[in-house]
Design a protein around this ligand. Structure first.
Ligand code: ADP
Length: 458
């Protein structure tokens, strides 16, 4: 069942029940007060008659005249019967029929008795004569025509009002819920049309300053992420293929050419060195890719222990210098805690070493002086490591993309690289709940800042 249909039934149903209960209460109270008013009127006029008969000594004939006068009032067909204490009839108005049975006689001494008979309402009660103090039983009966008329009019008005209000509530509920839910329908239609072929399409968010607008906005954000992940995925495969196929084709070409005729030992050596260089390059790429895949797949299973950041930085520098002896890396301490042992980070030394070495290697690789300055400073909460070089720099437009897999700036295309180091570094830093940022100026240099939270030592 659609929400609109459900709500059009649910809301009016609830309000109708409330309205009907309210109306029944009003009607009930009115009927109760009307009845009480009639009984108290019948009692007062009954007592008045007994006084006239016994205290004022008015004759029964004269009493008939009074009854006629009283007929002018709203209570029609009033009849009075007066009995003595043993139930003997003393007075009865014209057309009155006595209803006092022996059982009623017993009861009336205990409490007032009320009876309803075909619209007539009757009351039996006891009173005392003023002078002789004799007990009298009075039976008074009347038909409350005006009261019943009012009661009927009230019932009719309530039924009509209820029908009108319930219809009105159902229609307005349907109208407003329909109006509020309409955008969901158009959003759903739009969503159905979005597939991997047109992930760039978005849902209109304007004019929707409500929960549905928030939902559309959130969905658009999800599409943004899906779109970028999907295009990254597509690019990833083509980049990997390209990065592996190019050196393999060169490698194959070189070996085919050298096998075409007999070569000297020196020539064979040169070809084999070339093969070795390309193979090394591919091993580096495959290793980085495996590392990246491992980071994304089972980051949870990487063991974390307390490690000193400065130690890891020294190790990274040493391992890089072993590979590239011409690289110069200068590590300096700036603001550091008095007790250097407090500079502990909860992390994985092997992974942090890869991250630091990537940044150091880039700094040296993309600078003509092959130099990198590293500065460590720490507060009580975090350690920050600033890597600066005086290299070619990164164009501002490229800065936003350097952490994407395989992204390489045009400024550095002439220098060997695969564009996998920085995404891997970023992933490692994020695994350590840290941040990495880069600022750069063309032909001035680049600075990477990594901030890692320190473990609480106490
Ligand atoms: P690679 O260095 O293998 O190309 P990275 O992922 O490490 O891959 O770096 C991505 C790109 O970012 C590099 O190709 C380069 O264009 C740019 N880059 C990174 N570090 C520097 C730097 N220190 N100076 C200039 N460009 C840099």
């Amino acid at each position: 069942m659609k929400i609109i249909d459900k709500q059009t039934i649910r809301v009016p149903l609830f309000l109708s029940v409330a309205l009907i209960i309210f109306s029944i209460n009003i009607y009930g109270f009115f009927a109760y007060f009307r009845e009480n008013e009639l009984y108290s009127y019948l009692k007062t006029t009954g007592i008045y008659r007994s006084r006239m008969l016994f205290d004022s000594q008015v004759s029964p004939e004269q009493m008939e005249v009074t009854d006629v006068d009283l007929k002018e009032s709203q209570y029609l067909q009033k009849k009075y019967i007066i009995y003595d204490s043993i139930g003997t009839l003393i007075y009865k108005s014209k057309f009155a029929e006595p209803h006092l049975s022996p059982s009623l006689l017993k009861k009336v001494f205990r409490q007032q008795i009320e009876q309803k008979d075909d619209g007539f309402e009757r009351v039996f009660f006891i009173t005392k004569e003023n002078f002789s103090k004799k007990t009298l039983i009075i039976e008074a009966e009347g038909y409350d025509l005006a009261g019943f008329n009012k009661q009927r009019t009230l019932l009719f008005t309530l039924i009509l009002t209820n029908i009108c209000l319930i219809t009105l509530i159902a229609l307005t509920t349907r109208f407003y819920i329909g109006k509020d839910l309409r955008p969901i329908g158009s959003i759903a239609k739009r969503m159905k049309k979005i597939s991997t072929k047109n992930l760039q399409q978005r849902i209109p968010e304007s004019n929707l300053d409500n929960e549905i607008g928030d939902m559309a906005h959130t969905f658009n954000e999800l599409l943004d992420r899906l779109d970028s992940a999907y295009s990254q995925q597509r690019n990833f495969v083509s980049y990997v293929t390209h990065e592996l196929r190019t050196p393999l084709s060169i490698l194959l070409g070189n070996t085919q050419v050298s096998l075409m005729k007999e070569r000297t030992l020196a020539e064979y050596k040169e070809v084999l060195e070339g093969v070795q260089y390309d193979a090394n390059n591919m091993i580096n790429l495959v290793n980085s890719l495996l590392e990246l895949a491992r980071m994304n797949a089972d980051a949870q299973s990487v063991p974390f222990t307390p490690i000193r950041v400065d130690d890891t930085l020294w190790s990274a520098s040493e391992s890089l210098k072993q590979k590239q002896p011409t690289y110069k890396i200068n590590i300096e301490f700036e603001e550091i805690p008095e007790d250097i042992e407090e500079m502990m980070v909860k992390g994985n030394a092997e992974l942090l070493l890869i991250a630091f070495r990537n940044i150091m290697e880039n700094g040296c690789k993309y600078s003509s002086n092959n130099k990198m300055e590293v500065k460590i400073s720490a507060t009580k909460e975090a350690v920050s490591i600033i890597f600066s070089d005086e290299g070619v720099g990164i164009p501002t437009a490229d800065l936003a993309h350097i952490f994407e897999p395989f992204y390489r700036s045009d400024a550095t295309k002439t220098i060997a690289g695969h564009g996998v180091g920085l995404p891997l570094t970023k992933r490692i830093v994020e695994m350590h709940a840290g941040t990495i940022e880069a600022i750069s100026k063309i032909d001035v240099g680049t600075t990477f800042t990594i901030i890692l939270p320190l473990t609480e030592t106490n």
